[in-house]
Design a protein around this ligand. Structure first.
Ligand code: N01
Length: 540
C-alpha cells in the first residue's frame, strides 16, 4: 500500500479508470493509444489481473475456454500467445494479462496498491475528484469504473467466526503463497462454481474435507486437458471465424446453439444428445437444445439427465440424493463445470453436510457447529461467492450531481441506462455494470464491447466540442423495464437463491441484475443508440 499523501498535489487527468483487470487494461489502451487522452488506472491490488489477481484458490480456472477467453482486438496478440489447457488456470490468465500490459506498454499508467475511497462529481467544474484511502486526490473529466462484477468477497456473518482457533480463507482473497492442507481437517462452505472447482483439489490434499452444502447444484464435467497441437492449429486457422461467432452469439461463446427443441425429439434421441454433450463437457451443454433456458419442460429434461448422472456417479445413495438439486432448474443459477466434483464424494476422506436439514448455527473455536453436530476443523474455506455486480461499484462511494450517492439511488436495486451510465452521474461509465449482459456472457466479449463503446463515445464528444454525457432518467427507466422483460422471457429469474438476483447477500434488494436479452442483441442496441446521436443520453 502507498504511503499517506494528504497534503500532496491533485493529479489531473482526462480520465481515471478504476481497476486493472481485463476491462481496465483494454480501456486504458483505447483511451490513451487511440484517443490520446491522459489516463490513470487506479488499482487496489499489488498486481494487475482484477478478479484473477485475487482468485487463486485450489482448482481456480476459467469456465470459458482459453482460446476465446482472451482479447480479440489484436491479431498479433492472438498469434503470439499460446494457451496450454482447454480451460486456463488462474496463473496462466495472470501471465496473459501481464503479457498484455507489457506488450501495450500499459504499466506506466497503472498505479497499483491504490484503493479508491471515493469519487465525487463537481457540477460547476464538470470534473470528478477521485480520492484514495490514503488521501491521494485525482481529478478527471471522466471516470470509468472497471471494477468487475465478482470482486467483492461475501463472507457470511456467521456468529463466532472470530473465535475460530484455526485459519479461515475466502476463495476470492486467496493467499498468494497458497495454503498447505496436508494433514488438515478442512471445512468448505459453499457449492457454487468456486466450491465445485475447489472441492476435488482440496480433498486430494487434506486429511479430511467436510463440504457444507446449502443448495445442491448441477454441474457438468469440464473435460479439461492440454491444448494439443492439432487443436491449436485449428484455432489459429479459424481464429477470425471463431471470434466473429463469439461476437454474434447470445452469450459470447463461439458455439452453435441447436435449433431443435428438447421436446421435439424422442426420449432416446434426447438422451443420446445429452450424452454427447456430457462427454464433450463444458458450458456448451446448455446449447444442446435451443429451449433449455427458455422452456420449463425442455429444461426439466436437461435437469433430469444431470440428476441421473449424479445418481450414477455417487455411490452412496443418501449422499447422491443430498447432492441432487431439486429446488431449481439446471442453469437458472450460473452453472458450474467441474473436474471430478461428484466423484469426490466417493472418497473416504470427504463428508457432505446438508445445511438445508441442519443449518450452521455458529463457528466455534474447534470448528463449525450446525443444528445437529459440531465438525472439528483446522481450516475453513469460504467459497461463499460475491456481492455481485453492485457490490464493487457501491464500494467506491460514488457521489454525483447535487450530492446524490449511488448507494441511495440504488437502495431498491440498481438502475442504469444500458448498464453503462446512471442518471445523476455525468461522465461516469460503469463497465459491464448491472443492466448489461456481463456475467451472462463470456466476459472478454462483453468487456471489449463496452470499452469500445465508451472510447467511441468520448471521441464523439470531443469531435463535437461536447464535454458532458449523462443518461436521462426516462431512458434508465425504460431500460430497467427492458432488463426485466428480457429476464422474464427466460427461466433465469426462477432460481430464487441466485446471485443474479442478489439473493446470496442478506438484505440485498432482489432485482435481476444482468441483461438477459443476449450479447449480440445488446450490442445492436448500443450501436443504434450511438448512431442516433446517443439517444437517451443528454449531451452538453
Ligand atoms: O459463488 P456462488 P462462487 N451459509 O454465489 C453458499 C464466477 N466464477 O464463488 O446457493 C452456507 O455461486 C451458496 O449457497 P446458496 C461464476 O460466475 C467463475 O461459487 O446461496 N452457504 C453457494 O453454494 C460464479 O457463478 C469461475 O444457497 C452459503 C455458495 O456459497 C460466480 O463466480 C470460477 C452461505 C456461493 O456460490 C460466483 O461463484 C468460479 C452461508 N451463509 C466462479 N452464503 C470461472 O471459471 C453463501 N453460501 C470464470
Amino acid at each position: 500500500m502507498r504511503e499517506p499523501n494528504e497534503a500532496g498535489p491533485v493529479h489531473r487527468y482526462d480520465a481515471i479508470i478504476v481497476g486493472a483487470g481485463f476491462s481496465g487494461l483494454y480501456q486504458l489502451h483505447l483511451l490513451r493509444d487511440r484517443l490520446g487522452l491522459s489516463v490513470r488506472v487506479l488499482e487496489a491490488a499489488e498486481g494487475i489481473g482484477g478478479t484473477w489477481y485475487w482468485n487463486r484458490y485450489p482448482g481456480a480456472r476459467c469456465d470459458s475456454e482459453s482460446y476465446y477467453y482472451s482479447y480479440s482486438f489484436s491479431r498479433e496478440l492472438e498469434d503470439e500467445w499460446e494457451w496450454t489447457e482447454r480451460y486456463p488456470e488462474h496463473g496462466e490468465i495472470r501471465r496473459y494479462l501481464d503479457h498484455v500490459a507489457d506488450r501495450f506498454d500499459l504499466r506506466r499508467d497503472i498505479q497499483l496498491g491504490t484503493r479508491v475511497a471515493g469519487a465525487t462529481y463537481d457540477e460547476a467544474a464538470n470534473r470528478w475528484t477521485v480520492t484514495t484511502e490514503v488521501g491521494e486526490r485525482f481529478e478527471a473529466q471522466f471516470v470509468i469504473a472497471a471494477v468487475g462484477c465478482l470482486s467483492s468477497a461475501n463472507v457470511p456473518a456467521i456468529p463466532g467466526l472470530e473465535s475460530f482457533a484455526g485459519a479461515w480463507y475466502h476463495t476470492g482473497r486467496w493467499p498468494h503463497e497458497g495454503v498447505d492442507f496436508s494433514g488438515k481437517r478442512v471445512g468448505l462452505i459453499g457449492t457454487g462454481s468456486t466450491g465445485i472447482q475447489a472441492t476435488p483439489v482440496i480433498a486430494a490434499e487434506a486429511a479430511h474435507l467436510t463440504v457444507f452444502q446449502r443448495t445442491a447444484n448441477y454441474s457438468v464435467p469440464a473435460r479439461n486437458g492440454p491444448m494439443d497441437e492439432s487443436f491449436k492449429a485449428w484455432v489459429r486457422e479459424n481464429s477470425e471465424a471463431l471470434r466473429r461467432k463469439a461476437r454474434e452469439a447470445p452469450n459470447g461463446h463461439p458455439f452453435d446453439l441447436s435449433d431443435r427443441s428438447a421436446l421435439a425429439v424422442s426420449a432416446q434421441e434426447r438422451e443420446a444428445i445429452y450424452e454427447a454433450a456430457w462427454d464433450r463437457g463444458g458450458l456448451r451443454f446448455r446449447a444442446a437444445f435451443r429451449d433449455i433456458m427458455l422452456d420449463r419442460d425442455a429444461n426439466e429434461t436437461a435437469s433430469a439427465f444431470i440428476r441421473g448422472k449424479i445418481r450414477s456417479i455417487v455411490k452412496d445413495p443418501e449422499v447422491a440424493e443430498t447432492l441432487t438439486p431439486r429446488d431449481h432448474l439446471f442453469a437458472t443459477k450460473r452453472p458450474p463445470i467441474d473436474t471430478n466434483y461428484f466423484e469426490t464424494f466417493n472418497r473416504d476422506n470427504v463428508t457432505l453436510v446438508d445445511l438445508k436439514s441442519s443449518p450452521i448455527e455458529a463457528i466455534v473455536p474447534e470448528g463449525v457447529r450446525t443444528r445437529d453436530a459440531t465438525y472439528p476443523l483446522d481450516v475453513i474455506v469460504f467459497a461463499t461467492g460475491f456481492d455481485a455486480l453492485t457490490g464493487p461499484l457501491l464500494g467506491l462511494d460514488i457521489r454525483g450531481r447535487d450530492g446524490l450517492t449511488l448507494k441511495d439511488v440504488w437502495a431498491a436495486g440498481p438502475k442504469s441506462y444500458l448498464g453503462l451510465q446512471v442518471p445523476g452521474f455525468p461522465n461516469l461509465f460503469t463497465m459491464t455494470g448491472p443492466g448489461s449482459p456481463s456475467v451472462l456472457t463470456n466476459m472478454p466479449v462483453a468487456i471489449e464491447q463496452h470499452a469500445e463503446w465508451i472510447a467511441d463515445c468520448l471521441l464523439h464528444l470531443r469531435e463535437r466540442g461536447l464535454d458532458r454525457i449523462e443518461a436521462m432518467p426516462e431512458a434508465a427507466e425504460s431500460w430497467g423495464a427492458e432488463v426485466n422483460r428480457a429476464a422474464s422471457a427466460t427461466l433465469l429469474p426462477m432460481a430464487s437463491s441466485s446471485w443474479y438476483l442478489g439473493a446470496n447477500v442478506p438484505g440485498k434488494p432482489r432485482v435481476f441484475m444482468p441483461y438477459a436479452g443476449g450479447m449480440a442483441h445488446y450490442r445492436g442496441i448500443c450501436e443504434r443508440v450511438a448512431a442516433e446521436g446517443y439517444d437517451g443520453f443528454a449531451l452538453r
